[in-house]
Write a protein that binds this ligand. Structure first.
Ligand code: MG
Length: 258
């Protein structure tokens, strides 16, 4: 079901989303060569709690028999890891890495969800371009996130832009509605046909999240039951914000206002 948030619920969404934005602001300086992704996750969890949020991904059920619940506050996916990388003490960040972090904060019953991809030190030109295109894909998509348009218009814009840049979008994972539940309707693929799907209405809150691969779109799942990697070993990037559909332009809730 697609939920339309009341004024009061929107205020709660804003609070949850602000916590995520503050968390990213705080952890950025720690994303340096030599730190383990586990340490980074510890720092992120501390920051999220400090700002009043509950780490909502921690303990999230996999939905698959024999696969344990998600063990950490953040997903940290490095280089050819696409999403759902599990923080680990043995995974050390190196110069030149492309580090995608995804997290969800819960506050007063509502969720805020955002992902960022960080470049560590001197990275290749190609990696830089991939990360820029992934971020831009989000902005290309949300140009259509207005009342009267359909969700397919957003999906289509993201996919078209990414493909025009010579990259692939992940087909098996998608953005989503968000609110009291981390994942609500509608599903928001990063490709699709314009003019399809639900009509957007003020009060909808959506997590729009381009997941982009430098090479072919095919992905694999590691034996941990969570980590998704590119099949061809090429780099991947992720950029996500929770947005609010308003009467006019969408409001991005997980970016701090200046
Ligand atoms: Mg997310």
């Amino acid at each position: 079901m697609v939920t339309i948030k009341s004024k009061k619920e929107i205020e709660c969404m804003k609070e949850a989303c602000k916590i995520v934005a503050l968390m990213y602001q705080e952890i950025e300086k720690y994303i340096k060569p030599g730190i383990s992704t586990w340490e980074l996750d510890q720092i992120a969890e501390k920051a999220m709690k400090k700002f009043g949020g509950i780490p909502a991904q921690k303990g999230y059920p996999s939905g698959f028999k024999g696969v344990p619940n998600y063990p950490a506050t953040t997903c940290i996916s490095v280089n050819d890891e696409v999403i759902h990388g599990i923080p680990s003490k043995t995974k050390i960040i190196k110069e030149g890495d492309v580090v995608s972090i995804d997290t969800v904060a819960l506050k007063d019953g509502f969720h805020g969800d955002a992902a960022r991809t960080f470049l560590v030190g001197n990275v290749s030109k190609e990696a830089k371009r991939l990360v820029e295109v992934t971020k831009q894909a989000f902005f290309e998509g949300i140009q259509y996130a207005k009342p009267g348009n359909r969700i397919g218009d957003v999906c289509h814009a993201i996919g078209e832009y990414v493909h025009s840049q010579g990259y692939s979008v992940v087909r098996e994972f998608q953005g989503h509605g968000i609110g009291r539940q981390m994942h609500e309707d509608p599903g928001i693929p990063n490709y699709g046909k314009a003019g399809r799907g639900i009509r957007l209405e003020p009060g909808m809150t959506l997590a729009i999240e381009p997941m982009v691969i430098q090479g072919k779109p095919n992905i694999l799942e590691l034996d941990d039951g969570w980590t998704i990697i590119t099949e061809d070993g090429s780099l991947s990037a992720h950029y996500e914000n929770t947005i609010l559909i308003t009467e006019k332009e969408p409001e991005i809730l997980t970016i701090l206002k200046k």
